[in-house]
Design a protein around this ligand. Structure first.
Ligand SMILES: Cc1ncc(COP(=O)(O)O)c(C=O)c1O
Length: 393
């Protein structure tokens, strides 16, 4: 291994041109325009035949009866909760993206944050059950679990907890298109799963979301809900919103789906390479993906044990930035620590500790294996020079 100095200590930056955190797998422009042309030329700009095609293609891909395309994953989560009308608080992890909790708050429901597992980073089911049944707490009305970073969150176990508590379960599957358990693709669990199509996701539309469900009544409600609750005669049935997907976004998503399998294989290959190379770096733990499960690897996230590694997570991020490597501290701060959701009295020590340790590394189909190897070399070198880096920072 090249043992030159980290850039933070005056060495040559490994990537003078920089390595971005994400390079969206945007499909070829000509293909998108060709796909869009029939709708565009016919003056159909939103919620038309391309949206229907996308819904059908995804229903087949994730093996569900109904897919309802919406303007974003956040909108999809808001609408599912609007239709479920949970009779009590919604239980969810704090180690997730803010939008999971925002969707609950927009429905004027209480939030019950629970702990995550420090290895898998997923909802801690034992803690969830304990906090759900804690004497003095309001009743639970629904569970919303996130497939964190695209790794399945043991959806059957979450469903079992929902059945135990007698409440519906939905999944924030924003990261999860392409993920699967040994049994089936992510998309068919609980009452609904909701995917995101923003530029950081494995399949992109620019903006967009997909609600997948096997519940026909819910799907029907979602179709109304994304159109203000209007069944067509302008006599709205409930307070929906404008959550429609445009034909332009559907065209991008359909073209993005064309390279889905190839991109998925590339992401899996990159993730395997990171795992193998990082296994020998002391103090670096990769997110554990349960046996038999396949992550979408929307993110490749590691946790740093500062003592063993030689430097803190924050110092590693700083030193990687000096090398030209862009990273994200997903998810830090955890949602219960964010100003928008700071609920007094919530104690989540495992989540706090994990959030302070995590960093997500670049992973995308266009990331070359040789660049990936150099990123790992940088991480190892920063760890070996941790004391000097700490001094220099
Ligand atoms: C876990 C999670 N949930 C929800 C969202 C919101 O998705 P969207 O931006 O499509 O509304 C995101 C966005 O990245 C996310 O990471």
């Amino acid at each position: 291994m090249n043992d030159s100095k980290p850039a933070l200590l005056g060495g040559q930056p490994a990537f003078p041109g920089g390595i971005p955190f994400v390079r969206p797998p945007a499909p070829p422009r000509d293909a998108v325009f060709a796909r869009l042309a029939p709708s565009y030329d016919a003056g159909i700009l939103t919620n038309g035949p391309l949206v229907r095609q996308l819904e059908e293609a995804v229903a087949e891909l994730v093996d569900v009866d109904h897919v309802v395309a919406v303007s974003s994953c956040t909108t999809g989560l808001m609408l599912v909760l609007r239709l479920l009308e949970p009779d009590g608080d919604v239980l969810l992890p704090s180690f997730t993206f803010s939008a999971s909790a925002h969707a609950v708050a927009w429905n004027a429901r209480g939030i019950r944050f629970v702990e995550c597992d420090p290895s898998t980073f997923q909802l801690d089911l034992a803690d969830a059950k304990e906090r759900a049944l804690q004497a003095g707490n309001r009743p639970i009305g629904a569970i919303m679990a996130t497939h964190v970073f695209g790794a399945p969150c043991d959806p059957r176990a979450v469903e079992a907890l929902g059945a135990d508590l007698g409440v519906p379960v939905l999944f924030d599957a924003a990261h999860g298109l392409g993920a699967r358990t040994a049994e089936r693709p992510i998309g068919g669990h609980g009452i609904a799963e909701v995917f995101s199509l923003t530029p950081t996701k494995p399949v992109v539309a620019g903006e967009g979301g997909l609600v997948t469900t096997n519940d026909a009544a819910l799907a029907e409600g979602l179709r109304l809900g994304r159109d203000y609750g209007n069944p067509g005669d302008y006599n709205t049935k409930f307070v929906g919103l404008n959550g429609r997907m445009s034909e332009m976004h559907a065209a991008v998503a359909l073209c993005s789906l064309d390279s889905y399998a190839e991109n998925k294989a590339l992401r899996l290959g990159r993730a395997a390479r990171y795992r193998e190379a990082l296994a020998i770096v002391p103090g670096v733990r990769c997110q554990v993906v349960s046996d038999g499960d396949t992550s979408s690897y929307k993110d490749f996230t590691i946790a740093i044990d500062a003592e063993e590694f030689g430097a803190s997570r924050n110092l590693l991020v700083h030193a990687l930035r000096a090398e030209g490597v862009d990273t994200r501290n997903y998810f830090d701060p955890p949602v219960h620590r964010q100003d928008s959701h700071a609920i007094s009295g919530v104690e989540l020590p495992v989540t706090d500790s994990l959030s302070a340790k995590v960093v997500s590394l670049p992973i995308y189909p266009a990331l070359s294996e040789s660049d990936l190897d150099v990123i790992v070399e940088c991480i190892a070198r920063i760890g070996r020079n941790g004391a000097a880096c700490t001094h220099a920072a």
